[in-house]
Ligand binder design. Structure first.
Ligand code: DQA
Length: 144
């Protein structure tokens, strides 16, 4: 298996126009393109799915077991509320990285909780356009 599943949750399809002072001006497509280039350095490919629907994300996490080598997940605001996503990610048996463009720990108190933190291999947050690239490098290192 050499495919990484990159999952993007609600509102991340709006990157580029959404609060650029917080999330930057790059689109999700641009983040994924950069991540794909970095993945190729390690002989990995990326399959990306963005959804605004929690159940679609859960189904994707279920299917990842046995088909993806690793998972990179930006669950957007569901990070702070969804124990269902946390349970679904816990079923995955490979390395996984929680990623955020901003640094939720430095923002509003409701963003300080992550339901994913306890089930991922590690978290990367606050590096803007670098966050996805760092997440790919982290998963690749864990797979090596
Ligand atoms: C985010 C941080 C979340 O708190 C927020 O709800 C998002 C984006 C990030 O990438 O910084 O949608 O996950």
């Amino acid at each position: 298996m050499s495919e990484l599943l990159v999952l993007s949750g609600p509102n991340l399809d709006q990157l580029g126009i959404r609060s650029p002072e917080i999330y930057g001006t790059q689109t999700l497509g641009q983040h994924i393109e950069r991540a794909s280039h970095v993945a190729a350095e390690f002989g990995l490919t990326i399959r990306h799915l963005q959804s605004n629907d929690e159940s679609v994300l859960i189904e994707a996490l279920h299917k990842a077991r046995g088909s993806a080598a690793g998972i990179i997940f930006n669950a957007g605001a569901l990070t702070h509320t969804s124990w269902a996503l946390s349970d679904a990610l816990a079923i995955f048996d490979g390395p996984s990285v929680e990623v955020h463009l901003s640094n939720p720990a430095a923002r509003e108190p409701y963003r300080h909780v992550s339901t994913l933190a306890s089930v991922v291999s590690g978290s990367i947050a606050g590096f803007g356009g670098l966050s996805y690239e760092l997440a790919v490098r982290a998963v690749a290192a864990l797979l090596a």
